[in-house]
Design a protein around this ligand. Structure first.
Ligand code: PLP
Length: 400
């Protein structure tokens, strides 16, 4: 009999790990590797947030608090949802979790039964299908098109629904594509979900990172019917450069929130107390540092797109990203060609060859369900961005 439960044995190890291990190995050997693989802002947590955590420690706020979160923080989250997204929740509907990832896990664990189908538009953040499998659900992957900016349409969603469909996992702005859905597109998807009574896990972690004058719109704001089906996930990791602090939050209908709170009280209990005070300062404090970070990301995005426009004749392309800090570099026109006798068969080869020969680290698109692309993160300095893209250009120009 296997010692590992069936539930956990179906989970795939992170495919990105091998690539980042190789990049780290090269760096340790003194190689100047430029990493386009990073999934976190290259900014420090703003000083007033760090200070709030220090103050919490000095004041002795080092004990347990309520498992579902500090009441003051839950109220601040309710205020945030009301002011930023136009959706009103009660503090009893909010769970403070150990990062957005944990909020997603909790939400699915509380709602997915064995055999339930969960629709995931592809390219997707690689954690989604694994969490679904963890909960013994069935991931149903729906491929989106480059022509439609990697966004699932209402017709595609409708076509993927079966009597077993329980949930849609929806992510805007998206990791890995940077796609941002418009209010109109979201309303069309919501209409399908409401008609079929399907839950939507809406992962809005990158809400604040949107460019080009576009506005974030939460699916929970569509209608009371849609809100009653929405599990809303957000957090401080990306918006406030707080990835290491580990704090995300979930807003859900009362019965689901109650189930999650009770489950969390038996698993992790509360998120560490000083982090909760830091998150409170993030949500209630000055927004200037965040706006500066978003401005810097916006400038790098512009620069990256202009440089990549110039590479189109070489066979490289991209799908315009409107949010987050990622873009999908379309490279499948290069498949079949080779570098110094080594043939490029797919995104894994592409990333490996780029790392070995151009000393740039990117994430193979196959990790996100799209083998035609590699993901580029622009959470790095402008100088590194320019140098890295120039290395990619030289590599592609040298292909046979
Ligand atoms: N959702 C998406 C789309 C992400 O890209 C990430 C992190 O990379 C998360 C959720 C998880 O965020 P956290 O670090 O708060 O767990």
């Amino acid at each position: 009999m296997s010692k590992i439960s069936q539930r956990v044995s179906t989970i795939s190890p992170s495919m990105t790990l091998a690539m980042s291990a190789k990049a780290a190995e090269l760096k340790a050997a003194g190689e100047n590797v430029i990493s386009f693989g990073v999934g976190e802002p290259d900014f420090n947590t703003p000083a007033h947030i760090v200070q709030a955590a220090k103050d919490a420690l000095d004041k002795g706020y080092t004990k347990y608090v309520a498992a579902a979160g500090l009441p003051a923080l839950k109220k601040a989250v309710c205020r945030k949802f009301s002011e930023d997204n136009g959706v009103d929740y009660l503090p009893s509907q909010i769970i403070i979790c150990n990062g957005g990832k944990h909020a997603i896990f909790n939400a699915l664990f509380a709602t997915i039964d064995p055999g339930d189908e969960v629709i995931i538009p592809s390219p997707y953040w690689l954690t989604y299908p694994e969490v679904v499998k963890c909960c013994e659900g069935v991931p149903v992957i729906v491929n989106t098109s480059r022509e439609n900016g990697f966004k699932i349409t209402a017709e595609q969603l409708e076509g993927a629904i079966t009597p077993k469909t329980k949930m849609l996992i929806f992510n805007s702005p998206s990791n890995p594509t940077g796609a941002v859905y418009s209010e109109e597109e979201i309303r069309a998807l919501a209409a399908v979900c409401v008609r079929h009574g399907i839950l939507v896990l809406s992962d809005e972690m990158y809400e604040k990172l949107i460019y080009g004058g576009l506005k974030h719109f939460s699916i929970a704001a569509v209608s009371p019917e849609m809100k009653a089906l929405t599990l809303l996930v957000n957090g401080v990791s990306k918006s406030y450069a707080m990835t290491g602090w580990r704090l995300g939050y979930l807003a859900a209908p009362e019965d689901i929130a109650k189930a999650v709170a009770s489950f969390q009280s038996h698993s992790t209990s509360n998120v560490n107390t000083m982090t909760q005070y830091a998150a409170l300062a993030a949500l209630e404090g000055p927004t200037e540092p965040m706006r500066e970070m978003v401005k810097a990301f916006g400038e790098r995005r512009e620069r990256a797109m202009r440089i990549l426009d110039g590479m189109k004749p070489l066979g490289l392309d991209y799908v315009r990203p409107d949010g987050a800090f990622y873009l999908m570099l379309v490279c499948d026109k290069l498949y079949g060609r080779s570098y110094k006798g080594q043939k490029i068969g797919g995104s894994m080869d592409m990333a490996e060859l780029l790392l070995t020969h151009a000393k740039v680290a990117l994430t193979p698109g196959i990790c996100f369900g799209d083998d035609g692309c590699v993901r580029l993160s622009y959470a790095l300095s402008m100088e590194e961005l320019e140098e890295g893209l120039s290395r990619i250009e030289k590599f592609v120009a040298a292909l046979d």
